[in-house]
Design a binder for this molecule. Structure first.
Ligand code: GLN
Length: 252
């Protein structure tokens, strides 16, 4: 059954918003509305009370080391509630700095070690000599058996290691670390990625996948295929222009 609303907790909306991460919220809103669904994004800032398990999805964007250090006490205070939300099938979409903080720890460029939520096994160390992974990136993501070619932009010092279940294979760019070969994390409940750009406007099918996962919270079994496709020639042309620039093409 098609829902009337999708509710999203937008974590640290005011400080975790690098390279247009809020475009992800705009994309989800627009794509939901075109299907007659209201997308409600509820900002959740530091100190703001919220039961994340009541939401269909949670979104957290990327941020600089300074912002990550500022928010970590608040994020750690929500650990029990985040676990409850995950157990109750709230879907988590995490970008870059947000993704890093779900692991064991994050080491800043100045070698400060920030404790992570520790919900996932990976950890993030700083690049040697303050080097950073910067540039356009293309990955082939494996999402519940479906492969999607994703385009984005990465800019991170953090080198994320020990990722048991990566989101996809790197086609161009760095990914989880210099020469990692793999990018991001995905386990069906949490999708973490270094792709900014922002991620969803460049990857409409992924936006729909995220919507379908959020909808599935209150409609178990809801799938990407249950959303009517949107006819958007400009989106296809924009992707083609980017892929051409990297001498790549869409997956067949
Ligand atoms: N501060 C983190 C790093 O440099 C994350 C940056 C980001 O979110 N783009 O690795």
């Amino acid at each position: 059954m098609m829902p009337e609303t999708v509710r999203c907790a937008w974590m640290y909306h005011d400080i975790m918003d690098l390279y247009g991460d809020k475009g992800n919220i705009m994309t989800l809103t627009a794509r939901a509305e075109r299907r007659g669904i209201t997308f409600e994004a509820v900002p959740v800032g530091i100190g703001q009370e919220a039961d994340l398990s009541e939401f269909d999805m949670v979104f957290m964007g990327g941020g600089a080391d300074k912002e990550q250090m500022a928010l970590i006490p608040d994020l750690l205070s929500r650990k029990k509630n985040i676990k409850k939300a995950l157990d109750e099938h709230t879907f988590f979409l995490l970008i870059c700095g947000g993704y890093q903080l779900f692991g064991q720890y994050y080491e800043t460029a100045d070698h400060n070690k920030i404790e992570g939520l520790g919900l996932l096994d990976f950890y993030t160390e700083t690049g040697k000599g303050k080097t950073r992974c910067i540039g356009n990136i293309v990955i082939d993501a494996d999402l519940d058996g479906k492969t999607l070619r994703l385009i984005g932009f990465e800019n991170h010092g953090g080198q994320t290691l020990n990722v048991s279940s990566p989101l996809g294979k790197v086609v161009k760019g760095s990914g989880n670390a210099f020469d990692a070969g793999f990018e991001g994390y995905y386990d069906g409940r949490i999708l973490g990625t270094y792709l900014h750009g922002p991620l969803l406007p460049k990857n409409g099918e992924l936006a729909d996948f995220v919507l379908s996962k959020a909808i599935a919270k209150r409609n178990p079994g809801f799938k990407l295929e249950d959303l009517a496709p949107l006819n958007n020639p400009y989106e296809k042309e924009a992707r083609k222009a980017l892929l051409d620039r990297f001498s790549l093409s869409e997956l067949q």
